[in-house]
Design a protein around this ligand. Structure first.
Ligand code: AHR
Length: 497
């Protein structure tokens, strides 16, 4: 089949939000302990953080990282994780039934972010805790020295404020699994109160209200309406979370997961703008897609035992070529919505469900899904362009007929760099891409990298960590038309200037 597409430098969706290349560190499984932090590891720095993991995180290009959860945050006492390590209490974490030693906490995480040049996105506990603790936490990280809470930070070794800009007002408060889950009305009132108080401390903070845990939640849509109706004036973003897998082995629908994310974003934007209309406001609440990834939840049997354990593995998903193509397509979806998606966090960063795997005391390596993320974060620049044309479709059980080729492009007029991202979402059919670029004048192909393998199930392992890596793709440019070969189940990054 053949896809005939056209790009034009004047058809701009909006400036690329680099915060969509975010990630997520939760106290869950081995994400923190023996993930980013392992003081006895040969590569550990003086703060106890693994150097080999830090290098991979920088290579991944994560721009913003959410912390400390996730479900974990909803029974977390932030005070436990600051101050001298030997004085920090060990507690039971009820979210993941593990033993939390608190050897990593707020200051440790914020210091790690600062050293790596990553922006932090902090979540607060609105499950077992509330307004008073939220106000104290934000003052602890952000207030100038001279008052009690800020001086506690100073006593713990950090005088100047961390100045955390982005705060999540709880996590998945619509989910019955959440510690302290709430009805939409209860949460709306709490988000309004916390939002109002935090904006009185600093009106420039960016606050994220909890949206729905996924699009299939029974309260989806009504939740966003009720929460924003109440908290509209005090929040800037509303969250969306989504995890994808081949439900019941339905690979065709799995390959089209971007369709679900696309409809999810459009529905939340419509709801937010409806509230704005009712309030006669021009304010645009943005979508923070602060948890997304492929996650084989159907394979997750729950905690391996009901015993509380320290440092247990919990989940360790290993990703294939197929999964990497889906991850690439989800990034394309996020970019296509750059006008309304302000932030996005792939969940999670290390181990559990992540692009990086580690062995305690041993190596760290890149999963297949590392590559589309790293290449997109490295080469997407400038503005996102809308792309349209004549595209063959593939049939899916979950979403009906969807475009076989899912694509976007960024254009950096200053450097003249045009980068095309495309996925062939067919499980069986290759496709020829014909992309009309004549509106850009003279261009040359710099590089075409693809993530594809005849074995869609191929993975990277400790023994063979480079089994799946980006390889050169096939493209030519003639008479202003880019012609590329897109095999079935393939992701592409084509750079021109
Ligand atoms: O990322 C894993 C978990 O998925 C998070 O803790 C929770 O917010 C979501 O349900």
């Amino acid at each position: 089949s053949e896809a005939l597409l056209t790009l034009n430098p004047h058809f701009v969706v909006g400036p690329l939000n680099r915060r969509i290349f975010g990630s997520f560190v939760e106290h869950m499984g081995r994400c923190v302990y023996t993930g980013i932090y392992e003081p006895d590891h040969p590569s550990a720095d003086e703060h106890g953080f693994r150097g080999d993991v830090a290098e991979l995180v920088v290579e991944l290009g994560a721009t913003i990282v959410r912390y400390p959860g996730g479900n974990f945050v909803s029974n977390y006492r932030w005070e436990d994780g600051v101050g001298p390590r030997e004085d920090r209490p060990t507690r039971l974490d009820l979210a993941w039934r593990s033993i939390e030693t608190n050897q990593v906490g707020t200051d440790d995480f914020l210091g790690w972010c600062e050293r790596l040049g990553i922006e932090p996105m902090m979540a607060m506990n609105l499950g077992t805790r509330g307004l008073a603790e939220a106000i104290e936490l934000v003052q602890y990280t952000n207030a100038d020295p001279g008052t009690d809470v800020a001086d506690r930070r100073g006593a713990n070794g950090r005088t100047e404020p961390w100045d955390v800009r982005v705060w999540c007002l709880g996590n998945e408060m619509d989910g019955p699994w959440q510690m302290g889950a709430k009805t939409a009305e209860e949460y709306a009132r709490l988000a309004e109160e916390v939002g109002r108080a935090l904006k009185r401390f600093d009106p420039t903070l960016e606050l994220v209200a909890c949206g729905s845990s996924n699009r299939a939640m029974p309260t989806f849509g009504a939740w966003e309406r009720i929460v924003l109706d109440r908290a509209f004036d005090h929040v800037d973003h509303i969250s969306a979370h989504a995890y994808y897998e081949p439900h019941g082995g339905d690979v065709d629908s799995f390959l089209a997961s971007g369709e679900d994310m696309d409809r999810f974003i459009s529905s939340v934007v419509a709801t937010a703008d409806h509230i704005a209309a009712v309030k006669q406001s021009d304010k645009r609440v943005m979508v923070s897609f602060d948890e997304w990834n492929v996650w084989f939840a159907e394979r997750f049997p729950g905690e391996p035992s009901l015993e509380f354990e320290e440092g247990r593995e919990l989940i360790r998903d290993v990703y294939s070529v197929l999964d990497a193509v889906v991850v690439g397509s989800l990034l394309i979806t996020l970019m296509r919505h750059t006008d309304r998606v302000s932030m996005a966090c792939q969940a999670q960063l290390v181990n559990v469900i992540a692009p990086i795997l580690t062995v305690p005391g041993g190596p760290a390596w890149r999963q297949t899904i590392f590559h589309p993320f790293a290449l997109t974060a490295a080469h997407a620049r400038g503005v996102v362009l809308s792309v349209g044309g004549d595209i063959p479709s593939v049939a899916t059980a979950a979403y009906g007929a969807v475009d076989q080729v899912w694509s976007t492009a960024t254009w950096d007029s200053a450097s003249g760099a045009l980068t095309v991202f495309a996925v062939n979402r067919s499980r069986t059919e290759g496709c020829q891409l014909d992309l009309d670029l004549s509106a850009f004048g003279d261009l040359e192909i710099r590089e075409h990298l693809t993530l594809h393998d005849d074995d869609h199930a191929a993975t990277n392992t400790r023994d063979d960590p480079e089994r799946v890596v980006p390889r050169p793709g096939r493209s030519s440019l003639e008479d202003g038309h880019l012609r590329s070969t897109l095999p079935a189940v393939s992701w592409h990054c084509i750079r021109l200037d």
